[in-house]
Ligand binder design. Structure first.
Ligand SMILES: NC(=O)c1ccc[n+]([C@@H]2O[C@H](COP(=O)([O-])OP(=O)(O)OC[C@H]3O[C@@H](n4cnc5c(N)ncnc54)[C@H](OP(=O)(O)O)[C@@H]3O)[C@@H](O)[C@H]2O)c1
Length: 299
């Protein structure tokens, strides 16, 4: 079976992206072969393309999550059948027409969850679940960059636990943040004063989803002295108080979020879809850094 795969043989802007056609090797035990219908575009994909983050050899392949149809299975495939509609985290890459994925990663696609939504949930859902589980039993949370992919899920999971949430945005998304259950505050000069105005008491914790110095300084100024400050960005923070956190693969956590998206308890936003052939447009849009919810490749 042949797959058309998005690649980059050098670092740079989205014009470095190209496609290769490859005959896939025989399917190995423990893997399912999937015809991809949708795959999320994540900041990590764009930052690997530019070379800001470097792991894996050139040529690069991209994508961490997908939704699609099973087209081939090994003899031992548990409850799965060819033709099943699934979603989850990928194996090595997901921006390709046909991919091989560990069977243990698969979640069934609910009929009420369309392909672009299904294909864009795994990374943010598992990251947001891990963050909320780590935060534990707190009463208030400051989220820097609440309108993006992780923020959209995280704010709603925190609200579900009864946590009061204040979330920052550029000023373009206050109504969106309110609809998620957060109190919006615009980032930029005067942020600490604006945070104190809406939340005079110190926050129990802060989570940084946009790796700016401002986010670290505002957290240090508004989180109680023994409060948790964590960042998912992978960008070193100018304070040792900021701990790094991120995605912890857990199909059970993904299922928890998918169930809530399927019945409407969690709102999810796909703010842009891009035909696979126009992947470069999607990568360029992600690089701008102001995605609401998630952008998605469709096949
Ligand atoms: N380590 C891991 O496993 C892992 C997993 C998932 C994500 N991540 C990382 O976590 C971060 C968040 O991911 P994401 O998918 O939510 O990203 P995203 O969708 O790009 O969202 C980032 C948000 O940051 C906001 N933003 C932009 N500039 C800002 C600034 N100067 N101050 C405050 N907010 C600003 C944007 O909102 P406005 O439009 O309102 O500006 C946007 O909503 C990224 O760095 C990503 O790479 C890491």
């Amino acid at each position: 079976m042949r797959s058309r795969i998005l690649v980059a043989d050098r670092y740079g802007q989205s014009d470095v992206l190209d496609f290769v056609e490859e005959e896939l090797p025989a399917l190995t035990p423990g893997q399912a072969r999937i015809a991809v219908k949708a795959a999320g575009l994540n900041p990590i994909d764009a930052r690997r393309m530019t070379g800001e983050i470097r792991f894996g050899p050139l040529p690069l392949r991209f994508g961490t999550e997908f939704a699609g149809r099973i087209v081939e299975l090994p003899a031992e495939a548990g409850p799965w059948s060819v033709g099943d509609e699934v979603l989850g985290s990928g194996g090595g890459f997901t921006h390709a027409t046909i991919i091989d994925v560990p069977i243990g990663n698969l979640i069934r696609r609910p009929s009420t969850v369309d392909w672009p939504v299904a294909g864009s949930l795994a990374g943010t859902a598992q990251t947001a679940m891990a963050v909320v589980q780590e935060l534990g039993d707190i009463g208030s949370l400051l989220v820097h960059g609440g309108a993006g992919g992780v923020g959209t899920v995280l704010v709603q999971l925190a609200r579900e636990k009864g946590i009061e949430v204040v979330a920052t945005d550029s000023g373009a998304n206050p109504d969106y943040l309110r609809a998620l259950g957060a109190t919006p505050v615009a980032y930029g000069p005067g942020l600490v004063e604006r945070l104190r105005e809406v939340h005079p008491a110190p926050f129990d914790a802060a989570i940084i989803l946009a790796g700016t110095e401002e986010a670290t300084h505002a957290s240090l100024a508004t989180v109680k002295p023994d409060g948790d400050i964590a960042s998912t960005t992978g960008i070193p923070a100018p304070s040792e108080r900021v701990r790094a956190t991120g995605n912890r693969p857990s199909p059970a956590n993904l299922q928890y979020v998918v169930d809530r998206v399927a019945d409407g308890r969690i709102r999810w936003e796909v703010s842009g879809t891009y035909p696979f052939a126009k992947a470069a447009e999607g990568f360029a849009a992600v690089l701008e850094g102001h995605t609401r919810g998630k952008r998605v490749l469709i096949f």
